[in-house]
Write a protein that binds this ligand. Structure first.
Ligand SMILES: Nc1ncnc2c1ncn2[C@@H]1O[C@H](COP(=O)(O)OP(=O)(O)OP(=O)(O)O)[C@@H](O)[C@H]1O
Ligand SMILES: [Mg+2]
Length: 290
């Protein structure tokens, strides 16, 4: 155990030294209730960021269930499973998707990152650490519900996007997730993304319900990242296995996403000076898995 802690410290020190280039921001996309549109959001958000000249890597952490690769009709040659077996490096499993985005497929053959042997886990952390400076964003798509594994990925990220729909069950489950995260990590930076809203008002009402209870009971301010409309072209794109941002660039979902990103990048350029990046992610992962 002592050796392992030492190895992790060395890795973090290495990541700190390799801080030339850009800071890589790690965002975990999560939800209380499943099926609210996390994977579709993650993929199309990545494409919309690429459209703005950003370099993005998606990490499909919903291991055991192929998701992101199916949504874009790409069959990955190698996955996290091969990485964890230490057969390959992170550069070998980095697949290329449309518009130059990169992704790491979840793979099957292991159930949970928590089941890994210490040296497998160290290797995973070390390899993910190599992405520092390579990409502007690493987006981590998690599976439905809160497993111990997804909670750790959530807690280690710079930003946590909590995706919900305006359905009451989705709202209460999102609040339950927020409460659990903030109990574990009082400094967690969460943002609300309301998906499948019938109107902007409906989306805002759903977000406001959460904002209000979070303020009152958790003394927490949660900003709204954005509201995305319910759009029949999303399902059409899923069936075609072509992301909606590419298959239907002019549909309402694509246009809303574009606006959301432009507003976000504008806001980041203006005020965001908080510490962030893959380096912090590695620190926190190492701490949380111990
Ligand atoms: N904006 C939208 N408008 C209409 N339908 C949508 C929208 N977003 C998602 N959907 C529908 O919801 C389905 C589930 O989406 P997705 O797989 O992205 O959810 P998820 O949260 O990743 O699910 P899981 O929790 O199982 O990982 C899609 O196949 C699509 O039919
Ligand atoms: Mg999903």
């Amino acid at each position: 155990m002592h050796d392992q802690a030492q190895r992790l410290r060395t890795m973090v020190a290495q990541a700190n030294r390799s801080s030339a280039g850009r800071d890589t921001r790690v965002i975990t996309i999560s939800s209380g209730k499943g099926g609210v549109g996390k994977s579709n959001f993650t993929l199309n958000y990545a494409l919309a960021l690429a459209d703005q000249g950003k370099k993005v890597v998606i990490l499909d952490a919903d291991v055991g269930f192929a998701n992101i690769d199916v949504l874009m009709g790409v069959k990955p040659k190698l996955t996290l499973a091969e990485l964890i077996r230490k057969q390959v490096t992170v550069w070998d499993i980095l697949e290329t998707g449309p518009m130059g985005i990169k992704f790491i497929a979840g793979g099957s053959g292991f159930q949970d990152l928590l089941d890994l042997q210490p040296e497998q886990f160290d290797y995973l952390i070390e390899q993910l650490g190599l992405l520092q400076g390579y990409a502007d964003y690493v987006l981590i798509d998690t599976g439905a519900g809160l497993t111990a594994q997804s909670l750790r990925l959530i807690l280690a990220a710079d930003d946590i996007f909590v995706v919900l729909t305006p359905e009451p069950t989705s709202i209460t489950d999102a609040y339950a997730l927020i409460k659990m995260v903030i109990n574990r990590e009082p400094n967690a930076r969460m943002k609300l993304l309301v998906n499948r809203a019938q109107s902007n008002e409906e989306g805002r009402e759903a977000a406001d319900k959460i904002k209000l209870v979070a303020e009152r009971f958790l003394n927490l301010q949660i900003p709204i990242l954005g509201i995305l409309p319910d759009d029949p072209n999303v399902l059409r794109s899923v069936k075609k296995q072509v992301p909606f941002y590419i298959a239907h660039p002019e549909t309402v979902a694509s246009r809303s996403l574009k606006q959301l990103i432009q507003a976000q990048l504008h806001g980041e350029a203006e005020q965001d000076t908080s510490p962030k990046g893959m380096k912090q992610f590695l620190h926190r992962m190492a701490r949380l898995f111990r």
